[in-house]
Design a protein around this ligand. Structure first.
Ligand code: X2X
Length: 333
C-alpha cells in the first residue's frame, strides 16, 4: 500500500485533525467506580459540567464509571492513572491504599466518630500530608469528596456486639486492612471487587457487606436479602479528585487552574449533597423493611476494644506520626 492510497490519506487526515483539535480543545478521561446514580459518580459529573462551563469547552473531561477502564478491578485504578492509561480519577481512599499506604488512615476502625472528625483531617494539615503522599507517587491530588461512613449489613441477624459477627461471611474491599479488621471481629472476610459483590450477596455466597448508606440505598442492597443494617460509623471513605502528573505538566497554567477550582467546587458540592441526603436515605431504607440498628455507647466501645489490635498492626505502615497528628486534629474537632 502506498501513501497515496485513499484509505491511508484518510487516516493521515484524521490523525492530523485529531492533533489540531487537541491543540485547542482537549478531553481527559476520568475514572470512577460508581456511576452518577450515586453521589460518587455525581461528584465526577459535577466536575465535568463545571469544567466545561468554566473553560468554555476548551478543556473537558469524560467520566468512565464502573471502573471500566480497569476492567472492574478498582484496586488497579491508581496504578492505571499513574501509568497514564487513565488521565484522571475521582477515586476512593480505600481503593488507592494498596499503592498509597498512608490512605489506610481512614480505614482504621472507629478512629473517626463523625463528619467533623473527617473534616478536621481532610481540610487540615493531615489532609495536606496525605496529598503529599499521593503526589510522591506521581499523581496530582486536587480536592476531596466523599463516599462516606461505612455501615454493615447482613442477611442473618441484627449486629450489636462483636460476637454477632462470629463466622459471618462478609464481603470486603480489596485492601488488606479490611481482612485484619474483620478477622479481629471473628468474622470470615472475603475480598472481592464491587462488581462481584452484589452477585455474591444474591447467591448467598456471602452473608454481609459494608458500604455507605448511599450505596446501600441506590444499589438496592435490600433486594438481595440484606435485612439487617447496623449504623456503626466504623470508618469513612473520602474520595480524591486527581490527575496523572505528566498530563498535569502538559497543561497550561490556565487549564490547571480550571481543573483545580472546579474539582474543589464539585467536591464541596458533593460532600454537602451527600450529608444533606442522609436522613432521607435512612428513612427510605427503613421503609423498605430493613431493620436499622444504632449502637449504645457501651456497644460502640466493645467494637473499639475488639479492633484495637488493628491500629497496632497498621501503625508503621500508615506512619505513627501521621496517626498522632490525625488524633490531635480529631480531638479538637
Ligand atoms: O467496593 C466498594 O465497596 C465501594 C464501591 O464502596 C468502593 O469502591 C470502595
Amino acid at each position: 500500500m502506498t501513501l497515496t492510497h485513499p484509505w491511508a490519506r484518510n487516516t493521515m487526515l484524521a490523525t492530523l485533525m485529531m492533533f489540531s483539535l487537541s491543540a485547542s480543545a482537549r478531553e481527559l478521561s476520568v475514572s470512577t467506580v460508581l456511576s452518577d446514580a450515586f453521589p460518587w459518580g455525581q461528584a465526577a459529573q459535577k466536575w465535568a459540567d463545571l469544567l466545561k462551563e468554566r473553560s468554555e469547552g476548551n478543556l473537558t473531561i469524560r467520566v468512565y464509571p464502573n471502573a471500566q477502564l480497569v476492567a472492574g478491578d478498582q484496586t488497579r485504578e491508581f496504578s492505571a492513572m499513574r501509568s497514564g492509561l487513565i488521565d484522571a480519577a475521582v477515586g476512593s481512599t480505600i481503593n488507592w491504599s494498596p499503592q498509597v499506604p498512608e490512605l489506610n488512615l481512614f480505614s482504621l476502625p472507629f478512629l473517626f466518630p463523625d463528619n467533623a472528625a473527617i473534616d478536621s483531617v481532610t481540610q487540615g494539615e493531615v489532609g495536606q500530608q496525605l496529598f503529599e503522599a499521593i503526589d510522591s507517587k506521581g499523581i496530582v491530588p486536587l480536592a476531596w469528596g466523599e463516599n462516606g461512613f461505612r455501615q454493615i449489613s447482613n442477611s442473618r441477624q441484627p449486629i450489636t456486639q462483636p460476637t454477632d459477627l462470629e463466622g459471618m461471611k462478609i464481603r470486603v474491599v480489596g485492601s488488606p486492612l479490611f481482612q485484619d479488621t474483620f478477622d479481629a471481629l471473628g468474622a470470615d472476610p472475603t475480598q472481592m471487587s464491587w462488581a462481584d459483590a452484589k452477585p455474591a450477596l444474591t447467591t448467598g455466597a456471602v452473608d454481609g457487606q459494608e458500604n455507605p448508606l448511599s450505596v446501600f440505598d441506590v444499589a438496592r442492597i435490600d433486594q438481595v436479602g440484606q435485612q439487617y443494617l447496623t449504623e456503626w460509623n466504623y470508618m469513612n471513605d473520602p474520595l480524591v479528585f486527581a490527575v496523572n502528573k505528566r498530563v498535569w505538566a502538559s497543561l497550561s497554567e490556565q487549564e490547571r487552574q480550571w481543573l483545580r477550582e472546579t474539582a474543589q467546587e464539585a467536591g464541596q458540592w458533593e460532600i454537602q449533597q451527600n450529608r444533606d441526603g442522609m436522613a432521607q436515605r435512612k428513612a427510605d431504607i427503613k421503609a423498605r423493611g430493613v431493620e436499622i440498628t444504632s449502637l449504645t455507647t457501651a456497644q460502640y466501645q466493645a467494637f473499639v476494644k475488639a479492633t484495637a489490635s488493628v491500629h497496632q498492626q497498621w501503625a508503621d505502615k500508615i506512619g505513627a506520626a501521621l496517626i498522632e497528628n490525625a488524633k490531635a486534629a480529631i480531638q479538637q474537632a
